[in-house]
Write a protein that binds this ligand. Sequence first.
Ligand code: 4AD
Ligand code: MG
Length: 437
Amino acid sequence: MDAHATPYETTVRDIGTYEDKMVTLKGWLYNKRSSGKIMFLILRDGTGIVQCVVSKGEVGEGLFSRLDKLSQESSLIVQGLVRKDPRAPGGYELAVTECEIVSEAFDDYPISLKEHGAEFLLDHRHLWIRTPRQRNVLLIRSEIIKACRDFLHNEGFVNVDAPIMTPAACEGTTTLFPVEYFGEQAYLSQSGQLYNEAAIMSLGKVYCFGPTFRAEKSKTRRHLTEFWMVEPEAAFMGFEEMLRLEERMVCYIVEHILNNCEHLLREIGRDVERLKEITPPFPRLTYTEAVDLLRRKGMDISWGDDFGAPHEAAIASEYTKPVFVAHFPTQIKAFYMQPDPDNPDTVLGADLLAPEGYGEIIGGGERIHDYTLLLERIKQHNLPMEDYEWYLDLRRYGSVPHSGFGMGIERVVAWICGLEHVRETIPFPRMINRLRP
Ligand code: 4AD
Ligand code: MG
C-alpha cells in the first residue's frame, strides 16, 4: 500500500473495489462534523454518499481550517485512502490526504438538513433535487423509463415519436393548451395516439414516449399539466391481447425496479413487500361491476358517471394488485373508442388502477377501425372535420382492428416509490399553480 501513488479516479458507488488504494472523488459537501483535530466531511457525488475523514496532521493547519469553515454544497475534489469501515453507511470511508475546493458555496444554502414546507421546497426545486430522497426518486424514474423501453423493444415495438405541436385534440377539447403557431391556432399534444395509429400501418407495433400536456383545472396530488406518457399501439391487436400486454409491461417494470433499485426504495421508506405481490394475472372488473361495488360500499354514484379519485381508491382497495376496470360507458370516453359488440353502450376500453390508492396509471383500448362509425363519432363530438381527414384516411386505406394504451410515467413513479404527490416524481413539475423554476 503506497499512500502517494497516482490515485484512481472513481465514484462513491465503486469505492469498494479500491479498498486500501488511493482514489480521487469529485462531488459536493453534504454535511460536516468536526472534533478538534479530526473532521468528517460527508461528500455526495451523484452515485452515493461517503464519509471523508480529514486529520489536521495529514492535510496541514491551513487546509484544515479552510475546510472547517466550508459551507454545505461547496464543490470538492478529494483524494485519499479507501478504508473498510463496517460502521460507515456504504461500508467504506476515505482517509483524506488532499482536497481541492472547486467552488465555495455561499453560506446561505436554502435547503438545510431540517424540515421544510412543500411550497418552499418546490420554489427551490433546482436545489431540492440534490437531497438524497429526491435523487433516489429521480434514479428510480430513470430506471422505470429504461424498463418501459427495454420491455417494448423486447416485444418488437419500434419507437416512433409523435409531434408535440398539433392542430387538434385527442382527449377532449376542454384540456387543450393553446400555442400561437404563425397566425394559426395550435395546441400542445395531449397524447401521441392518433399519430401512433398512422405509424402502425407502416411498422406494425410502435410506441411513442414523450411529454404530453393537459390544461387540467384539477389541483390534485395526481395531476400535472405536463407529464410523460409511454404509448404503445399495435395493428391487429385485439382488446384482450392489449390487456395482457399491459399486465406484462407493468410486471416487467416492477420486477426491474425490485432487481435494480430495492435499496433505493428502502432508503425512501417504501414497503417493498407490497411490490413483490405484483404478478400476473391482474383482477378485472367491468365498469358496471365496479359501480355496483361502489354502491354496496355506500358511495354515491350512478351508471354513466365517471370515476373520481375516491371511487378509484375504493375499487383498488379491494385488491393487492393493479385492477383493470373495463367496458366503460361510451358517453364518458374518447371519440375513438371501439364499441363493445356485446353491449354497444359501452366501449372496449379499460383503465388500470394501481393499488394503495394511486389511481389510474393506464388508459387504453381498441380503436374504431370502421370508416363510417368513426366519421359519425367525429361529428357527434363536434370535432373540426378538416383536422381529422388524415386520421380518417387510416380507415380509408387498409384499415385493421388495432389497440393501444398510454401509461403516465409520473403516476407509476408515485406508486412504485410510494409518494404522496406526483410533484416529486418529475424533475421540474408543472401544475396549475406552478410554472417555476
Ligand atoms: O387516460 P388518458 O387520458 O389516455 C390517453 O391519453 C390515451 N390517448 C392514451 C393511449 O391510448 N395511447 O391518459 C393515459 C394516462 C393515464 O392513465 C395517467 O396515467 C396519465 O396518462 N395521465 C396523467 N398523469 C399526470 N397528470 C395528468 N394530468 C394526467 N392525465 C393522464
Ligand atoms: Mg384515462
